[in-house]
Design a protein around this ligand. Structure first.
Ligand SMILES: C[S@@+](CC[C@H](N)C(=O)[O-])C[C@H]1O[C@@H](n2cnc3c(N)ncnc32)[C@H](O)[C@@H]1O
Length: 270
């Protein structure tokens, strides 16, 4: 099990969908046009948000392989993907594989893929994962959506914000099951390794702006930041609690917007 709850993934999916970079998705659809069929692998598929976002935009027929180490999320992803249609209205062929992506073996399937995609995964992984991915996916397009890039803001701002954000960025580099995570350096590292592996890489913004229209996501985000920062012990607990309280009051008064910077990445073989 990975520790990502279905309820958190459901909460973030609408914000992710709005944030996904539409220009990059058009570019991806164009790059995959004209093939007889598409073999697509979704790494860290969770409950299937990435399949729901991509399948209707891409040509078909599409054969999806969904990979995750959480059996419940994977079952939910398979159920939902079974109801989707590709851009041309055809149903998808969907298989799942329960696999720990921190262990070898997952790369073998990549040789036959037209597209290797993932969303909200890259900032959890280590350099080693990216190096293996670049090597194994030769010939396939690589699409990594919604990688956190370290830009964070709360509006209005607060004197403790920068310390809170710095501690959170530090926490992102902890081990998320793959060894030390790349965290906010992930997209930059991916560009370097994919370019060295013969890819042309494009990065495009996919930022969240979470305000009064998504109060549950905003509350969950603030709570997760406080928990993560507390674990780092970089900020005095009383100061952290006072910051959290100020943010709660602003949120209750509908006067708080939380911004989280993400990037979407598309790597196409040269
Ligand atoms: C932030 S969630 C993103 C899920 C989905 N792609 C989305 O956008 O909603 C990260 C996903 O990666 C999976 N994951 C994390 N570590 C993993 C590992 N070592 N092996 C396989 N899957 C893993 C989690 O189970 C989770 O589904």
């Amino acid at each position: 099990m990975s520790g990502f709850s279905a309820s958190w993934l459901a909460l973030r999916e609408p914000a992710d969908r709005t944030a996904r970079n539409a220009g990059l998705l058009d570019q991806l659809a164009g790059a995959l046009a004209g093939r007889e069929s598409l073999a697509i692998i979704d790494l860290g598929t969770g409950s299937g948000a990435n399949v729901r976002a991509l399948a209707p935009l891409l040509p078909g027929p599409q054969n999806w392989l969904l990979v995750d180490n959480d059996p419940l999320l994977l079952a939910s992803a398979q159920g939902s993907a079974g109801m989707l249609r590709d851009r041309d209205g055809r149903p998808l062929a969907v298989r799942t594989v329960l696999h720990d992506l921190a262990q070898p073996g997952w790369q073998d399937a990549l040789a036959a893929a037209d597209l290797v995609t993932m969303s909200a995964l890259l900032d959890l992984v280590s350099t080693d994962f990216i190096v293996r991915l670049a090597r194994a996916a030769k010939g396939a397009a690589i699409h990594a959506a919604l990688t956190v890039d370290g830009r964070m803001a709360c509006l209005p701002d607060d004197p403790l914000d920068e310390a809170v954000f710095a501690a959170f960025r530090h926490h992102m580099q902890g081990d998320k099951g793959f060894g030390p995570s790349l965290g906010t350096n992930a997209a930059e590292a991916a560009v370097r390794h994919f370019e060295a592996g013969g890819y042309e890489v494009t990065l495009a913004p996919a930022d969240w702006r979470v305000g009064d229209d998504q109060p549950e996501l905003r509350a969950a985000l603030l709570e997760s930041w406080v928990e993560a920062v507390r674990e780092t012990r970089l900020i005095d607990e009383a100061d952290l609690l006072r910051w959290a309280r100020r943010r709660e009051v602003e949120a209750a008064g509908d006067s708080l917007e939380v911004r989280v910077g993400h990037v979407d990445l598309l790597a196409l073989p040269r």
